[in-house]
Ligand binder design. Sequence first.
Ligand code: NA7
Length: 548
Amino acid sequence: MNDPRITPPLPPDFDAVIVGAGFAGLYMLHKLREAGFTAHVFEAGDGVGGTWYWNRYPGARCDIESVDYSYSFSPELEQEWQWTERYPRQPEILAYLNHVADRFDLRRDIDLNTRVTAAHFDEHAGLWRIETDRGQPVTARHCVMATGCLSVPKAPELPGIERFAGATYLTAAWPKDGVDFTGLRVGVIGTGSTAIQVIPQVARQAKHLTVFQRTANFSVPARNGPLPAAEQQRIKAGYPDRRALSRQSLFGIPVAVPEAPRRTRDIPPAELNQTLETLWAQGGAMSLLAAAPDVLVDPEANARVAEFVRRKIRATVKDPDLAERLCPSTHPLGTKRLCLDTEYYETFNRDNVTLVDLRATPIETLTEHGLRTREAEYRLDALIFATGFDAMTGALLAMDIRGRNGRSLREAWADGPHTYLGLASAGFPNLFLITGPQSPSVFTNMVMSIEQHVDWIADCLAYLRARGIRCIEASAPAQAQWEAHVAAVADATLMPQADSWYVGANVPGKPRVFMAYLGGLGPYRQRCDEVAAQGYAGFELTPAAATV
Ligand code: NA7
Protein backbone atom coordinates (compact mmCIF):
# COMPACT_ATOMS: atom_id res chain seq x y z
CA MET A 1 0.00 0.00 0.00
CA ASN A 2 1.43 3.40 -0.94
CA ASP A 3 1.80 5.91 1.85
CA PRO A 4 0.03 9.02 0.55
CA ARG A 5 2.38 11.25 2.58
CA ILE A 6 5.47 10.10 0.70
CA THR A 7 4.15 8.92 -2.67
CA PRO A 8 3.86 11.74 -5.16
CA PRO A 9 0.52 11.50 -6.93
CA LEU A 10 0.60 10.12 -10.46
CA PRO A 11 -0.57 12.45 -13.19
CA PRO A 12 -4.17 11.85 -14.15
CA ASP A 13 -5.11 9.94 -17.31
CA PHE A 14 -6.95 13.02 -18.62
CA ASP A 15 -7.25 16.68 -17.84
CA ALA A 16 -11.00 16.18 -17.95
CA VAL A 17 -13.54 13.40 -18.16
CA ILE A 18 -16.86 14.45 -19.61
CA VAL A 19 -19.98 12.43 -18.86
CA GLY A 20 -22.48 12.45 -21.72
CA ALA A 21 -22.25 13.01 -25.48
CA GLY A 22 -25.26 15.20 -26.16
CA PHE A 23 -25.15 18.87 -27.13
CA ALA A 24 -23.18 19.66 -23.95
CA GLY A 25 -20.63 16.83 -23.96
CA LEU A 26 -19.80 17.16 -27.65
CA TYR A 27 -19.08 20.86 -27.45
CA MET A 28 -17.18 20.49 -24.15
CA LEU A 29 -14.89 17.93 -25.76
CA HIS A 30 -14.28 20.13 -28.78
CA LYS A 31 -13.65 23.21 -26.69
CA LEU A 32 -11.21 21.51 -24.31
CA ARG A 33 -9.30 19.93 -27.15
CA GLU A 34 -9.02 23.30 -28.88
CA ALA A 35 -7.58 24.72 -25.66
CA GLY A 36 -4.95 21.96 -25.58
CA PHE A 37 -6.43 19.82 -22.82
CA THR A 38 -6.78 16.05 -22.93
CA ALA A 39 -10.41 15.03 -22.51
CA HIS A 40 -12.44 11.88 -22.77
CA VAL A 41 -16.19 11.33 -22.99
CA PHE A 42 -18.24 8.44 -21.65
CA GLU A 43 -21.70 8.00 -23.13
CA ALA A 44 -24.29 5.41 -22.11
CA GLY A 45 -26.03 5.28 -25.49
CA ASP A 46 -24.67 3.47 -28.50
CA GLY A 47 -24.59 6.74 -30.40
CA VAL A 48 -24.04 10.42 -29.69
CA GLY A 49 -26.95 12.83 -29.30
CA GLY A 50 -28.12 12.58 -25.68
CA THR A 51 -31.75 13.71 -25.44
CA TRP A 52 -32.05 13.44 -29.21
CA TYR A 53 -30.62 9.95 -29.24
CA TRP A 54 -33.15 8.57 -26.74
CA ASN A 55 -36.36 10.47 -27.49
CA ARG A 56 -37.32 8.92 -30.84
CA TYR A 57 -41.04 8.76 -30.24
CA PRO A 58 -43.38 9.72 -33.10
CA GLY A 59 -43.67 13.48 -33.42
CA ALA A 60 -40.53 14.22 -31.36
CA ARG A 61 -39.52 17.73 -32.21
CA CYS A 62 -37.78 20.65 -30.53
CA ASP A 63 -39.92 23.56 -29.37
CA ILE A 64 -37.20 26.12 -30.18
CA GLU A 65 -36.70 27.10 -33.83
CA SER A 66 -34.00 25.13 -35.62
CA VAL A 67 -31.94 28.20 -36.60
CA ASP A 68 -31.68 29.02 -32.89
CA TYR A 69 -31.52 25.49 -31.46
CA SER A 70 -28.07 24.94 -32.93
CA TYR A 71 -24.46 25.64 -32.02
CA SER A 72 -23.15 29.16 -32.51
CA PHE A 73 -19.47 28.42 -31.83
CA SER A 74 -18.55 27.72 -35.45
CA PRO A 75 -19.62 30.21 -38.16
CA GLU A 76 -18.73 27.59 -40.79
CA LEU A 77 -21.01 25.01 -39.17
CA GLU A 78 -23.75 27.62 -38.88
CA GLN A 79 -23.55 28.34 -42.59
CA GLU A 80 -23.13 24.83 -43.97
CA TRP A 81 -25.87 22.98 -42.10
CA GLN A 82 -29.28 23.22 -43.80
CA TRP A 83 -32.39 22.96 -41.64
CA THR A 84 -35.51 21.81 -43.41
CA GLU A 85 -38.27 22.96 -41.05
CA ARG A 86 -38.99 25.84 -38.71
CA TYR A 87 -38.94 23.47 -35.72
CA PRO A 88 -36.52 20.58 -36.13
CA ARG A 89 -37.63 16.96 -35.90
CA GLN A 90 -35.69 14.56 -33.71
CA PRO A 91 -34.03 12.68 -36.64
CA GLU A 92 -32.80 15.96 -38.07
CA ILE A 93 -31.29 17.11 -34.76
CA LEU A 94 -29.70 13.70 -34.30
CA ALA A 95 -28.25 13.88 -37.82
CA TYR A 96 -26.93 17.36 -37.02
CA LEU A 97 -25.20 16.14 -33.85
CA ASN A 98 -23.70 13.21 -35.74
CA HIS A 99 -22.46 15.65 -38.34
CA VAL A 100 -20.88 17.74 -35.58
CA ALA A 101 -19.19 14.64 -34.13
CA ASP A 102 -17.69 13.83 -37.54
CA ARG A 103 -16.91 17.36 -38.62
CA PHE A 104 -14.88 18.08 -35.49
CA ASP A 105 -13.44 14.55 -35.33
CA LEU A 106 -14.88 13.99 -31.88
CA ARG A 107 -15.58 10.26 -31.97
CA ARG A 108 -12.03 9.12 -31.26
CA ASP A 109 -12.35 10.48 -27.71
CA ILE A 110 -15.82 9.11 -26.98
CA ASP A 111 -16.55 5.70 -25.44
CA LEU A 112 -20.11 4.73 -26.36
CA ASN A 113 -22.17 2.07 -24.54
CA THR A 114 -20.37 3.10 -21.38
CA ARG A 115 -22.27 4.35 -18.37
CA VAL A 116 -20.43 6.18 -15.62
CA THR A 117 -21.41 4.57 -12.34
CA ALA A 118 -19.18 6.40 -9.88
CA ALA A 119 -16.87 9.38 -9.58
CA HIS A 120 -14.81 9.74 -6.41
CA PHE A 121 -12.55 12.66 -5.60
CA ASP A 122 -9.10 11.67 -4.37
CA GLU A 123 -8.10 14.49 -2.05
CA HIS A 124 -4.46 13.46 -1.82
CA ALA A 125 -3.97 13.34 -5.57
CA GLY A 126 -6.39 16.17 -6.30
CA LEU A 127 -8.16 14.24 -9.04
CA TRP A 128 -11.30 12.28 -9.83
CA ARG A 129 -11.46 8.49 -10.17
CA ILE A 130 -14.22 7.61 -12.57
CA GLU A 131 -15.75 4.17 -12.78
CA THR A 132 -17.92 2.89 -15.58
CA ASP A 133 -19.89 -0.26 -16.23
CA ARG A 134 -17.13 -1.33 -18.65
CA GLY A 135 -13.40 -1.49 -18.30
CA GLN A 136 -10.93 -0.03 -15.85
CA PRO A 137 -11.48 3.15 -13.83
CA VAL A 138 -9.78 6.27 -15.17
CA THR A 139 -8.51 9.39 -13.46
CA ALA A 140 -9.00 13.00 -14.43
CA ARG A 141 -8.09 16.34 -12.89
CA HIS A 142 -11.57 17.62 -13.65
CA CYS A 143 -14.90 15.95 -14.13
CA VAL A 144 -17.56 17.63 -16.21
CA MET A 145 -21.13 16.41 -15.97
CA ALA A 146 -22.86 16.86 -19.31
CA THR A 147 -25.63 14.53 -18.27
CA GLY A 148 -28.65 16.60 -19.27
CA CYS A 149 -31.58 18.02 -17.35
CA LEU A 150 -34.18 15.59 -18.68
CA SER A 151 -32.36 12.31 -19.11
CA VAL A 152 -33.77 9.96 -16.48
CA PRO A 153 -37.28 8.92 -17.53
CA LYS A 154 -39.89 8.52 -14.83
CA ALA A 155 -42.33 5.71 -15.50
CA PRO A 156 -45.32 5.65 -13.17
CA GLU A 157 -45.56 2.94 -10.57
CA LEU A 158 -48.92 1.50 -11.60
CA PRO A 159 -50.45 -1.47 -9.85
CA GLY A 160 -50.97 -4.51 -12.06
CA ILE A 161 -48.35 -3.54 -14.63
CA GLU A 162 -46.90 -7.05 -14.61
CA ARG A 163 -50.29 -8.44 -15.62
CA PHE A 164 -50.76 -6.24 -18.69
CA ALA A 165 -50.44 -8.46 -21.78
CA GLY A 166 -50.07 -5.62 -24.28
CA ALA A 167 -46.91 -3.77 -25.25
CA THR A 168 -45.64 -0.85 -23.18
CA TYR A 169 -43.45 2.00 -24.45
CA LEU A 170 -41.57 4.73 -22.67
CA THR A 171 -41.28 7.81 -24.90
CA ALA A 172 -37.72 8.46 -23.69
CA ALA A 173 -36.56 4.93 -24.59
CA TRP A 174 -38.39 4.47 -27.87
CA PRO A 175 -37.47 1.48 -30.09
CA LYS A 176 -35.03 2.49 -32.82
CA ASP A 177 -37.06 0.73 -35.49
CA GLY A 178 -40.23 2.60 -34.57
CA VAL A 179 -43.60 1.11 -33.71
CA ASP A 180 -46.56 0.46 -36.01
CA PHE A 181 -49.81 1.12 -34.17
CA THR A 182 -52.02 0.42 -37.18
CA GLY A 183 -55.21 -1.34 -36.13
CA LEU A 184 -54.34 -1.21 -32.42
CA ARG A 185 -56.11 0.17 -29.38
CA VAL A 186 -53.51 2.44 -27.83
CA GLY A 187 -53.40 4.34 -24.55
CA VAL A 188 -51.19 7.32 -23.70
CA ILE A 189 -50.59 8.30 -20.09
CA GLY A 190 -49.56 11.93 -19.73
CA THR A 191 -50.36 15.26 -21.36
CA GLY A 192 -47.03 17.12 -21.03
CA SER A 193 -44.88 18.42 -23.91
CA THR A 194 -43.99 14.90 -25.01
CA ALA A 195 -47.53 13.51 -24.99
CA ILE A 196 -48.79 16.59 -26.82
CA GLN A 197 -46.39 15.70 -29.64
CA VAL A 198 -47.12 11.95 -29.58
CA ILE A 199 -50.91 12.09 -29.41
CA PRO A 200 -51.70 13.63 -32.84
CA GLN A 201 -49.28 11.22 -34.53
CA VAL A 202 -50.53 8.05 -32.88
CA ALA A 203 -54.16 9.10 -33.34
CA ARG A 204 -53.63 9.05 -37.10
CA GLN A 205 -52.38 5.48 -37.02
CA ALA A 206 -54.16 3.68 -34.21
CA LYS A 207 -57.58 2.12 -34.41
CA HIS A 208 -58.42 3.92 -31.21
CA LEU A 209 -56.45 6.19 -28.91
CA THR A 210 -57.32 6.76 -25.27
CA VAL A 211 -55.55 9.70 -23.62
CA PHE A 212 -55.26 9.47 -19.85
CA GLN A 213 -54.95 13.04 -18.60
CA ARG A 214 -54.14 13.93 -15.01
CA THR A 215 -53.48 17.62 -15.58
CA ALA A 216 -54.69 19.61 -18.57
CA ASN A 217 -51.85 21.67 -20.02
CA PHE A 218 -51.55 24.93 -21.89
CA SER A 219 -50.32 24.52 -25.45
CA VAL A 220 -49.60 27.00 -28.22
CA PRO A 221 -49.59 26.13 -31.92
CA ALA A 222 -46.14 25.70 -33.43
CA ARG A 223 -47.16 26.77 -36.93
CA ASN A 224 -44.41 24.51 -38.09
CA GLY A 225 -43.58 24.22 -41.76
CA PRO A 226 -40.76 24.03 -44.23
CA LEU A 227 -38.00 26.58 -43.78
CA PRO A 228 -37.65 28.13 -47.23
CA ALA A 229 -34.07 28.36 -48.51
CA ALA A 230 -34.29 32.13 -49.04
CA GLU A 231 -35.55 32.68 -45.50
CA GLN A 232 -32.78 30.47 -44.11
CA GLN A 233 -30.21 32.37 -46.15
CA ARG A 234 -31.49 35.66 -44.80
CA ILE A 235 -31.26 34.42 -41.22
CA LYS A 236 -27.78 33.01 -41.76
CA ALA A 237 -26.56 36.29 -43.19
CA GLY A 238 -27.57 37.93 -39.92
CA TYR A 239 -26.35 35.21 -37.58
CA PRO A 240 -23.79 37.29 -35.64
CA ASP A 241 -26.45 39.80 -34.58
CA ARG A 242 -29.07 37.13 -34.01
CA ARG A 243 -26.78 35.13 -31.74
CA ALA A 244 -25.61 38.23 -29.88
CA LEU A 245 -29.23 39.10 -29.17
CA SER A 246 -29.98 35.55 -28.02
CA ARG A 247 -26.99 35.54 -25.66
CA GLN A 248 -28.24 38.69 -23.94
CA SER A 249 -31.89 37.69 -23.94
CA LEU A 250 -33.94 36.18 -21.12
CA PHE A 251 -34.65 32.87 -22.82
CA GLY A 252 -31.72 32.41 -25.20
CA ILE A 253 -33.78 33.30 -28.24
CA PRO A 254 -33.45 36.41 -30.40
CA VAL A 255 -35.97 38.54 -28.56
CA ALA A 256 -34.68 41.70 -26.89
CA VAL A 257 -35.29 42.25 -23.19
CA PRO A 258 -37.83 45.11 -23.17
CA GLU A 259 -36.32 48.21 -21.60
CA ALA A 260 -39.47 49.55 -20.01
CA PRO A 261 -42.06 46.81 -20.46
CA ARG A 262 -45.67 47.75 -20.05
CA ARG A 263 -47.55 45.78 -17.46
CA THR A 264 -49.90 43.40 -19.17
CA ARG A 265 -52.71 44.44 -16.82
CA ASP A 266 -52.33 48.03 -18.09
CA ILE A 267 -52.85 47.05 -21.72
CA PRO A 268 -56.44 47.69 -22.88
CA PRO A 269 -58.24 44.35 -23.46
CA ALA A 270 -58.71 44.91 -27.20
CA GLU A 271 -55.03 45.72 -27.69
CA LEU A 272 -53.86 42.75 -25.63
CA ASN A 273 -56.20 40.51 -27.53
CA GLN A 274 -54.80 41.76 -30.83
CA THR A 275 -51.21 41.15 -29.67
CA LEU A 276 -52.07 37.65 -28.50
CA GLU A 277 -53.92 36.92 -31.74
CA THR A 278 -50.83 37.94 -33.69
CA LEU A 279 -48.56 35.76 -31.55
CA TRP A 280 -51.01 32.86 -31.75
CA ALA A 281 -51.05 33.16 -35.54
CA GLN A 282 -47.24 33.28 -35.66
CA GLY A 283 -46.85 30.32 -33.30
CA GLY A 284 -44.17 29.73 -30.67
CA ALA A 285 -44.36 29.21 -26.93
CA MET A 286 -41.22 31.07 -25.88
CA SER A 287 -42.13 34.13 -27.93
CA LEU A 288 -45.52 34.26 -26.19
CA LEU A 289 -43.79 34.30 -22.81
CA ALA A 290 -41.13 36.75 -23.99
CA ALA A 291 -43.76 39.14 -25.31
CA ALA A 292 -45.42 39.45 -21.93
CA PRO A 293 -42.72 38.68 -19.33
CA ASP A 294 -44.90 39.69 -16.38
CA VAL A 295 -47.20 36.79 -17.22
CA LEU A 296 -45.00 34.67 -14.98
CA VAL A 297 -45.08 37.23 -12.19
CA ASP A 298 -48.41 38.97 -12.08
CA PRO A 299 -51.46 36.76 -11.41
CA GLU A 300 -53.79 39.17 -13.19
CA ALA A 301 -51.61 39.29 -16.30
CA ASN A 302 -51.39 35.54 -16.21
CA ALA A 303 -55.12 35.11 -15.86
CA ARG A 304 -55.72 37.27 -18.92
CA VAL A 305 -53.34 35.35 -21.15
CA ALA A 306 -54.50 32.01 -19.74
CA GLU A 307 -58.11 32.88 -20.53
CA PHE A 308 -57.10 33.78 -24.09
CA VAL A 309 -55.64 30.28 -24.51
CA ARG A 310 -58.74 28.68 -22.97
CA ARG A 311 -60.90 30.57 -25.46
CA LYS A 312 -58.77 29.10 -28.24
CA ILE A 313 -59.23 25.59 -26.86
CA ARG A 314 -63.00 26.09 -26.67
CA ALA A 315 -63.02 27.41 -30.23
CA THR A 316 -61.05 24.41 -31.49
CA VAL A 317 -62.61 21.45 -29.70
CA LYS A 318 -66.14 20.86 -30.98
CA ASP A 319 -67.57 19.01 -27.97
CA PRO A 320 -67.98 21.69 -25.24
CA ASP A 321 -67.65 19.21 -22.35
CA LEU A 322 -64.50 17.77 -23.82
CA ALA A 323 -63.13 21.27 -24.43
CA GLU A 324 -63.73 22.13 -20.79
CA ARG A 325 -61.82 19.02 -19.65
CA LEU A 326 -58.91 20.09 -21.87
CA CYS A 327 -58.87 23.60 -20.40
CA PRO A 328 -56.15 23.91 -17.77
CA SER A 329 -57.41 25.07 -14.40
CA THR A 330 -54.92 23.80 -11.84
CA HIS A 331 -51.95 26.11 -12.45
CA PRO A 332 -51.08 29.51 -13.92
CA LEU A 333 -50.03 29.52 -17.59
CA GLY A 334 -46.32 28.82 -18.02
CA THR A 335 -45.75 27.46 -14.53
CA LYS A 336 -45.66 24.03 -16.08
CA ARG A 337 -43.73 24.02 -19.33
CA LEU A 338 -45.84 25.82 -21.92
CA CYS A 339 -46.24 23.23 -24.67
CA LEU A 340 -45.96 23.69 -28.40
CA ASP A 341 -48.17 21.59 -30.62
CA THR A 342 -49.24 20.69 -34.08
CA GLU A 343 -52.97 19.91 -34.08
CA TYR A 344 -53.09 18.75 -30.47
CA TYR A 345 -56.49 20.13 -29.57
CA GLU A 346 -57.82 19.35 -33.07
CA THR A 347 -56.98 15.67 -32.48
CA PHE A 348 -59.76 15.45 -29.90
CA ASN A 349 -62.30 16.12 -32.66
CA ARG A 350 -61.45 12.73 -34.17
CA ASP A 351 -63.89 9.87 -33.71
CA ASN A 352 -61.13 7.47 -32.68
CA VAL A 353 -59.83 9.55 -29.74
CA THR A 354 -61.13 9.46 -26.16
CA LEU A 355 -60.02 11.65 -23.25
CA VAL A 356 -60.10 10.18 -19.76
CA ASP A 357 -59.84 12.71 -16.94
CA LEU A 358 -57.85 10.97 -14.23
CA ARG A 359 -58.73 13.59 -11.66
CA ALA A 360 -62.40 12.67 -12.03
CA THR A 361 -61.74 8.95 -12.38
CA PRO A 362 -58.27 7.90 -11.12
CA ILE A 363 -56.41 4.83 -12.36
CA GLU A 364 -57.07 1.79 -10.18
CA THR A 365 -54.96 -0.82 -11.91
CA LEU A 366 -53.68 -2.24 -15.12
CA THR A 367 -55.36 -5.48 -16.04
CA GLU A 368 -54.41 -8.20 -18.46
CA HIS A 369 -56.35 -6.50 -21.24
CA GLY A 370 -56.06 -2.83 -20.43
CA LEU A 371 -56.40 -0.15 -17.80
CA ARG A 372 -59.13 0.18 -15.20
CA THR A 373 -60.08 3.50 -13.67
CA ARG A 374 -62.56 3.95 -10.88
CA GLU A 375 -65.39 4.04 -13.41
CA ALA A 376 -64.46 1.97 -16.44
CA GLU A 377 -62.04 -0.49 -18.00
CA TYR A 378 -60.30 0.54 -21.24
CA ARG A 379 -59.14 -2.33 -23.43
CA LEU A 380 -55.68 -1.64 -24.82
CA ASP A 381 -53.18 -3.43 -27.06
CA ALA A 382 -50.42 -0.96 -26.29
CA LEU A 383 -49.73 1.63 -23.63
CA ILE A 384 -47.40 4.61 -24.02
CA PHE A 385 -45.91 6.28 -20.97
CA ALA A 386 -45.25 9.95 -21.67
CA THR A 387 -44.84 10.55 -17.99
CA GLY A 388 -41.77 12.76 -17.78
CA PHE A 389 -38.40 12.70 -16.11
CA ASP A 390 -36.61 12.84 -12.80
CA ALA A 391 -35.49 16.26 -13.94
CA MET A 392 -32.41 18.35 -13.22
CA THR A 393 -30.90 16.18 -10.46
CA GLY A 394 -31.91 12.67 -11.58
CA ALA A 395 -28.90 11.87 -13.77
CA LEU A 396 -26.40 13.35 -11.31
CA LEU A 397 -27.77 11.48 -8.32
CA ALA A 398 -27.96 8.22 -10.28
CA MET A 399 -24.15 8.11 -10.11
CA ASP A 400 -22.19 7.53 -6.91
CA ILE A 401 -20.45 10.91 -6.82
CA ARG A 402 -18.25 11.48 -3.78
CA GLY A 403 -16.35 14.64 -2.97
CA ARG A 404 -14.28 15.69 0.04
CA ASN A 405 -14.20 13.29 2.97
CA GLY A 406 -16.00 10.71 0.86
CA ARG A 407 -19.25 12.67 1.20
CA SER A 408 -21.73 11.68 -1.47
CA LEU A 409 -23.66 14.10 -3.63
CA ARG A 410 -26.83 12.24 -2.65
CA GLU A 411 -26.12 13.07 0.99
CA ALA A 412 -25.11 16.66 0.24
CA TRP A 413 -28.25 17.20 -1.84
CA ALA A 414 -30.66 15.22 0.34
CA ASP A 415 -32.78 18.34 0.86
CA GLY A 416 -32.43 19.58 -2.72
CA PRO A 417 -29.58 20.64 -5.00
CA HIS A 418 -26.87 22.96 -3.64
CA THR A 419 -24.77 24.75 -6.22
CA TYR A 420 -22.87 27.91 -6.89
CA LEU A 421 -24.17 29.35 -10.19
CA GLY A 422 -25.45 25.90 -11.13
CA LEU A 423 -21.86 25.21 -12.21
CA ALA A 424 -20.26 23.67 -9.13
CA SER A 425 -21.09 22.41 -5.67
CA ALA A 426 -19.21 23.07 -2.42
CA GLY A 427 -17.39 19.95 -1.22
CA PHE A 428 -16.89 18.68 -4.77
CA PRO A 429 -13.67 20.24 -6.07
CA ASN A 430 -12.94 20.21 -9.81
CA LEU A 431 -16.45 18.99 -10.58
CA PHE A 432 -18.40 21.05 -13.10
CA LEU A 433 -22.05 20.78 -14.02
CA ILE A 434 -23.22 21.86 -17.46
CA THR A 435 -26.67 23.41 -17.12
CA GLY A 436 -26.78 22.20 -13.54
CA PRO A 437 -29.63 22.95 -11.16
CA GLN A 438 -29.90 26.63 -10.19
CA SER A 439 -28.67 27.80 -13.59
CA PRO A 440 -31.11 29.07 -16.30
CA SER A 441 -30.95 25.77 -18.23
CA VAL A 442 -34.45 24.43 -18.93
CA PHE A 443 -35.89 27.90 -18.85
CA THR A 444 -33.93 28.86 -21.93
CA ASN A 445 -32.88 27.62 -25.31
CA MET A 446 -30.68 24.83 -23.96
CA VAL A 447 -28.05 25.13 -26.67
CA MET A 448 -27.35 28.75 -25.77
CA SER A 449 -27.10 27.89 -22.08
CA ILE A 450 -24.88 24.91 -22.81
CA GLU A 451 -22.50 27.00 -24.89
CA GLN A 452 -22.30 29.62 -22.17
CA HIS A 453 -21.38 27.01 -19.56
CA VAL A 454 -18.91 25.19 -21.79
CA ASP A 455 -17.12 28.42 -22.66
CA TRP A 456 -17.01 29.44 -19.02
CA ILE A 457 -15.66 26.06 -17.87
CA ALA A 458 -13.00 25.96 -20.60
CA ASP A 459 -11.86 29.50 -19.75
CA CYS A 460 -11.76 28.52 -16.10
CA LEU A 461 -9.57 25.48 -16.77
CA ALA A 462 -7.22 27.60 -18.88
CA TYR A 463 -7.01 30.14 -16.04
CA LEU A 464 -6.15 27.40 -13.53
CA ARG A 465 -3.53 25.88 -15.84
CA ALA A 466 -1.88 29.25 -16.45
CA ARG A 467 -1.53 29.82 -12.70
CA GLY A 468 -0.60 26.31 -11.65
CA ILE A 469 -3.80 25.91 -9.65
CA ARG A 470 -4.72 22.32 -9.03
CA CYS A 471 -8.11 22.62 -7.44
CA ILE A 472 -11.11 24.88 -7.67
CA GLU A 473 -14.08 24.54 -5.37
CA ALA A 474 -17.22 26.55 -4.77
CA SER A 475 -17.10 28.20 -1.36
CA ALA A 476 -19.98 27.43 0.98
CA PRO A 477 -20.87 31.11 1.67
CA ALA A 478 -20.91 32.01 -2.04
CA GLN A 479 -23.07 28.97 -2.70
CA ALA A 480 -25.50 29.90 0.08
CA GLN A 481 -25.76 33.43 -1.32
CA TRP A 482 -26.42 32.16 -4.82
CA GLU A 483 -29.08 29.74 -3.62
CA ALA A 484 -30.82 32.49 -1.66
CA HIS A 485 -30.83 34.63 -4.79
CA VAL A 486 -32.18 31.78 -6.97
CA ALA A 487 -34.96 31.13 -4.44
CA ALA A 488 -35.78 34.83 -4.06
CA VAL A 489 -36.12 35.27 -7.83
CA ALA A 490 -38.31 32.15 -8.10
CA ASP A 491 -40.45 33.22 -5.14
CA ALA A 492 -41.10 36.56 -6.80
CA THR A 493 -42.79 34.67 -9.65
CA LEU A 494 -45.76 32.35 -9.95
CA MET A 495 -43.49 29.47 -10.97
CA PRO A 496 -43.25 27.61 -7.65
CA GLN A 497 -47.04 27.37 -7.47
CA ALA A 498 -47.46 24.50 -9.91
CA ASP A 499 -46.80 20.86 -9.10
CA SER A 500 -44.26 20.68 -11.89
CA TRP A 501 -41.00 18.88 -12.54
CA TYR A 502 -39.34 22.27 -12.05
CA VAL A 503 -39.99 21.74 -8.33
CA GLY A 504 -39.59 17.96 -8.39
CA ALA A 505 -43.30 17.42 -7.68
CA ASN A 506 -43.54 14.58 -10.21
CA VAL A 507 -41.14 12.34 -8.28
CA PRO A 508 -42.54 11.03 -4.98
CA GLY A 509 -40.28 11.96 -2.07
CA LYS A 510 -38.19 14.47 -4.02
CA PRO A 511 -37.58 17.66 -2.00
CA ARG A 512 -39.74 20.52 -3.28
CA VAL A 513 -37.27 23.16 -4.46
CA PHE A 514 -37.51 25.33 -7.55
CA MET A 515 -34.53 24.06 -9.53
CA ALA A 516 -33.86 26.58 -12.32
CA TYR A 517 -32.59 30.15 -12.18
CA LEU A 518 -35.24 32.53 -13.48
CA GLY A 519 -33.17 35.70 -13.72
CA GLY A 520 -32.70 35.24 -17.48
CA LEU A 521 -29.77 34.03 -19.52
CA GLY A 522 -28.34 37.48 -20.33
CA PRO A 523 -28.12 38.72 -16.72
CA TYR A 524 -26.89 35.28 -15.61
CA ARG A 525 -24.13 35.33 -18.21
CA GLN A 526 -23.04 38.73 -16.96
CA ARG A 527 -22.86 37.40 -13.41
CA CYS A 528 -20.75 34.40 -14.46
CA ASP A 529 -18.43 36.65 -16.46
CA GLU A 530 -17.99 38.97 -13.47
CA VAL A 531 -17.14 36.01 -11.25
CA ALA A 532 -14.45 34.96 -13.75
CA ALA A 533 -13.13 38.51 -14.19
CA GLN A 534 -12.69 38.75 -10.42
CA GLY A 535 -10.40 35.71 -10.42
CA TYR A 536 -13.27 33.28 -9.83
CA ALA A 537 -14.84 35.09 -6.93
CA GLY A 538 -16.73 32.75 -4.66
CA PHE A 539 -14.46 29.84 -5.50
CA GLU A 540 -11.53 28.60 -3.44
CA LEU A 541 -8.42 27.99 -5.53
CA THR A 542 -5.66 25.68 -4.33
CA PRO A 543 -2.20 25.87 -5.92
CA ALA A 544 -0.47 22.67 -7.00
CA ALA A 545 2.04 22.73 -4.15
CA ALA A 546 -0.55 23.03 -1.40
CA THR A 547 -2.39 20.15 0.22
CA VAL A 548 -5.82 19.86 -1.31
P1 NA7 B 1 -43.86 16.21 -18.22
O1 NA7 B 1 -43.99 17.60 -18.66
O2 NA7 B 1 -43.37 15.96 -16.83
O3 NA7 B 1 -45.26 15.50 -18.44
C1 NA7 B 1 -45.54 14.25 -17.89
C2 NA7 B 1 -47.00 13.99 -18.00
O4 NA7 B 1 -47.28 12.71 -17.45
C3 NA7 B 1 -47.85 14.98 -17.22
O5 NA7 B 1 -49.02 15.21 -17.92
C4 NA7 B 1 -48.10 14.22 -15.92
O6 NA7 B 1 -49.25 14.64 -15.23
C5 NA7 B 1 -48.27 12.82 -16.44
N1 NA7 B 1 -48.05 11.81 -15.43
C6 NA7 B 1 -46.89 11.54 -14.78
N2 NA7 B 1 -47.06 10.52 -13.93
C7 NA7 B 1 -48.35 10.15 -14.03
C8 NA7 B 1 -49.14 9.16 -13.39
N3 NA7 B 1 -48.62 8.35 -12.46
N4 NA7 B 1 -50.42 9.07 -13.73
C9 NA7 B 1 -50.95 9.89 -14.66
N5 NA7 B 1 -50.28 10.83 -15.30
C10 NA7 B 1 -48.98 10.97 -14.98
O7 NA7 B 1 -42.86 15.39 -19.17
P2 NA7 B 1 -42.67 15.53 -20.73
O8 NA7 B 1 -41.80 14.41 -21.15
O9 NA7 B 1 -43.97 15.70 -21.41
O10 NA7 B 1 -41.91 16.87 -20.90
C11 NA7 B 1 -40.70 17.09 -20.22
C12 NA7 B 1 -39.93 18.19 -20.87
O11 NA7 B 1 -39.27 17.70 -22.03
C13 NA7 B 1 -40.73 19.32 -21.40
O12 NA7 B 1 -41.12 20.20 -20.44
C14 NA7 B 1 -39.81 19.92 -22.42
O13 NA7 B 1 -38.87 20.74 -21.76
C15 NA7 B 1 -39.13 18.74 -22.99
P3 NA7 B 1 -49.12 15.79 -14.09
O14 NA7 B 1 -48.97 17.07 -14.83
O15 NA7 B 1 -47.93 15.45 -13.25
O16 NA7 B 1 -50.38 15.70 -13.35
